[in-house]
Design a protein around this ligand. Sequence first.
Ligand SMILES: Cc1cc2nc3c(=O)[nH]c(=O)nc-3n(C[C@H](O)[C@H](O)[C@H](O)COP(=O)(O)OP(=O)(O)OC[C@H]3O[C@@H](n4cnc5c(N)ncnc54)[C@H](O)[C@@H]3O)c2cc1C
Length: 236
Amino acid sequence: MVKIQSDVTVELVKHSASDSDVLWAARVSTAGEQSLEEVHKDPQRSKGLINFLMRDRHGSPFEHNSMTFFISAPIFVFREFHRHRVWSYNEESGRYRELQPVFYVPGKDRKLIQEGRPGKYEFADGTDEQHALVERAMTESYRQSYAAYQEMLEAGIAREVARAVLPVGLFSSMYATCNARALMHFLSLRTKDDRATVPSFPQREIEMVAEKMEAYWAELMPLTHEAFNGNGRIAP
Ligand SMILES: Cc1cc2nc3c(=O)[nH]c(=O)nc-3n(C[C@H](O)[C@H](O)[C@H](O)COP(=O)(O)OP(=O)(O)OC[C@H]3O[C@@H](n4cnc5c(N)ncnc54)[C@H](O)[C@@H]3O)c2cc1C
């Protein structure tokens, strides 16, 4: 009755984002309306300007672009995601539709053991027994809570009331729209990367979402992505 999933999905559904968007926005400083000619110019020639803007944290030229992602992930990931206030979101409703029984169980490659102190956790592999326990305990709990949800719906209880029994491992879906500057800020906090001069220690599941977004963005804005990595993965 319940479907178990160990991965998240991210799809880039709409975008208007390229390295040249950074260039025409930045060059209005010196070229005024003529900076619009930059739109059709080869951004490769202006790699140095993008790097300068990133290094010196001139952030606003990285805002004149847009990316919309469709994301499917557990509710506990969305709780973390929605703390990023400069994004725009629309999420499926537990009031207006019956929530589907799709739940998260960590895959075999998900490290289970937490070590170290708060804010600086390191994670180690779990044993086969620990993985089996997590899978069994979660699946049983998900079955039970989804059965309680169904029982209440069948008895005529409103969806918005019945959903209270569903856990944060339930999958939800949303559209999330951002610009490159907001995405870089998100990536700096929600990925762990050796090139970051200020390391972060994100939960693995939101990092899985972040990695998929970053792959799309790197295709759209390769020079900006390169400058982000080259300057310590700090949002300008
Ligand atoms: C590893 C990790 C652990 C965390 N643990 C916790 C936790 O235990 N508890 C918890 O509550 N949260 C926690 N958070 C969430 C964190 O505190 C931030 O809410 C989240 O990372 C969003 O960051 P932000 O506010 O910079 O982003 P955004 O909301 O996207 O804002 C982007 C930038 O805009 C500016 N800005 C936005 N709103 C304001 C404002 N009102 N005033 C001034 N400037 C503003 C800031 O410069 C900000 O950096 C954690 C985050 C991470 C990455």
